[in-house]
Design a protein. Structure first.
Length: 123
């Protein structure tokens, strides 16, 4: 929501410099809309843990979180002034990547054992 509502402030917190061009603000808002769309897709699929579509959503989040962690980490290494939330954001996205990968592996193992993921969680 921050990228949609206050893109310059969100970028300043991450990178230590505000967006100053209309093109930059537009691209940041498009990114915010994309994140809002991903959130809506996950919300709508929250009860559907066993379908291929749900696994595809989690796999997409692996790619997203890994990409964001790498991009933000590289930005932090390259530039001297960084925003106050840059490194916490890198750690959060790296942790989310690991969590999504573990979720996919867990679903795969439960499937091979012949259990539904919900049954395996209850045991």
């Amino acid at each position: 929501m921050a990228l949609l509502s206050f893109p310059s402030a969100a970028v300043a917190l991450l990178l230590g410099a505000p967006l100053e061009t209309l093109a930059g603000l537009t691209v940041a808002r498009v990114g915010g809309a994309a994140l809002l769309t991903l959130g809506a897709a996950f919300w709508l699929a929250r009860g559907d843990t066993q379908s291929r579509a749900a696994r595809g959503l989690v796999a997409a989040m692996v790619l997203y979180n890994l990409g964001v962690a790498i991009i933000l980490g590289a930005a932090g290494i390259r530039s001297q002034p960084v925003g106050i939330v840059l490194w916490p954001a890198v750690v959060l996205h790296a942790a989310m990547t690991i969590w999504c990968i573990m979720s996919l592996r867990y679903l795969s193992i439960a499937e091979r054992l012949g259990e539904s993921p919900s049954e395996a969680i209850l045991q």
